[in-house]
Design a protein around this ligand. Structure first.
Ligand code: FE
Ligand code: FE
Ligand code: ZN
Length: 280
């Protein structure tokens, strides 16, 4: 199952995103659950949700990916910000139950000076309050670039967060190619080695999605500036190896590149051509 899509705006609703994804020849999409800078989410229209689910069935979307707001920080030094983030995520996860079996991705957080170990402990504790046995969403920790005090730029940190969570079966990882490259993992010269390292430390069975982005900066730069596919430091050849790699090719891929819809349409077509799946 090859699945490719891009980030879309939720402003016109869920069914509209499904149609927009199809119009770009995508077979999945990502969306922010609310304004990416946070704030209140609109109530989900149940009929709109049903229409999207029908469309997903009809067009064989394997899964869709919700993205938490960027401001959500489960390991801020400020306890009121931690509480605020946890409330947003609790609300998001409740709403996701309207779309059983899909994915919810979040940035583990920035420890804002408390140190990475405290950050990891706070994220783990929050997840232990947020997850519940009957929930039907898989919650993904995103691999980060290591900008500022971000937690989760090393596979070991993600492993340690997961290790303390009781309902580990609810957790997975979303690997962002720009972030891991900026974090110092050499996707150009050592893709097999990076994937083996991921497998040894976290386990590749946890990997549920890829954010497919080029990077405006060199490996190890810890910057997190996304670039269009083939126009950055990772480059077309390495990105093509990522999407066709036998250990990755069946995952859903999500573009978060600086594009308008026409740019996304072209990138989706390019990724399909790498798979040799231009037409189906
Ligand atoms: Fe992200
Ligand atoms: Fe990302
Ligand atoms: Zn990013």
């Amino acid at each position: 199952m090859f699945a490719i899509g891009c980030h879309l705006s939720i402003s016109k609703g869920f069914y509209a995103m499904g149609q927009e994804a199809l119009s770009l020849r995508g077979s999945t999409f990502q969306f922010f659950t609310r304004n990416p800078r946070g704030g209140k989410a609109k109530d989900i229209d149940a009929a709109d949700a049903e229409k999207l689910k029908d469309l997903m069935n009809e067009h064989q979307f394997p899964v869709i990916l919700a993205h938490a707001p960027y401001t959500l920080n489960l390991c801020s030094k400020k306890s009121d910000l931690r509480t605020y983030g946890e409330k947003m995520m609790a609300d998001d996860l409740q709403r996701m139950e309207l779309f059983p079996g899909n994915l919810y991705n979040f940035h583990p957080g920035s420890h804002t000076g408390q140190g990475v170990e405290t950050g990891i402990a706070q994220i783990t504790e929050a997840l232990n309050r947020l997850l519940w046995p009957e929930m039907q969403t898989t919650v993904l920790l995103e691999t980060m670039a290591g900008k500022g005090s971000e937690v989760g730029s090393r596979f070991e940190e993600l492993r340690d967060i997961i290790a303390g969570v009781k309902l580990q079966e609810k957790l997975g990882i979303c690997l962002d190619t720009c972030h891991v490259f900026d974090g110092g993992y050499d996707l150009i010269g050592n893709l097999d080695g990076v994937l083996q390292e991921f497998d040894d430390i976290i386990g590749l069975s946890r990997l549920k999605a890829i954010h497919l982005n080029d990077s405006k900066n060199p490996c190890g730069s810890h910057k997190d500036r996304h670039e269009k596919l083939g126009e950055g430091y990772i480059g077309r050849e390495a990105l093509q190896k990522v999407v066709t790699h036998p250990r990755l090719k069946d995952l859903p891929f999500f573009l978060e590149t600086p594009n308008d819809n026409e740019g996304y349409r072209q990138e989706i077509a390019m990724v399909r051509s790498w798979w040799g799946k231009e037409y189906d």
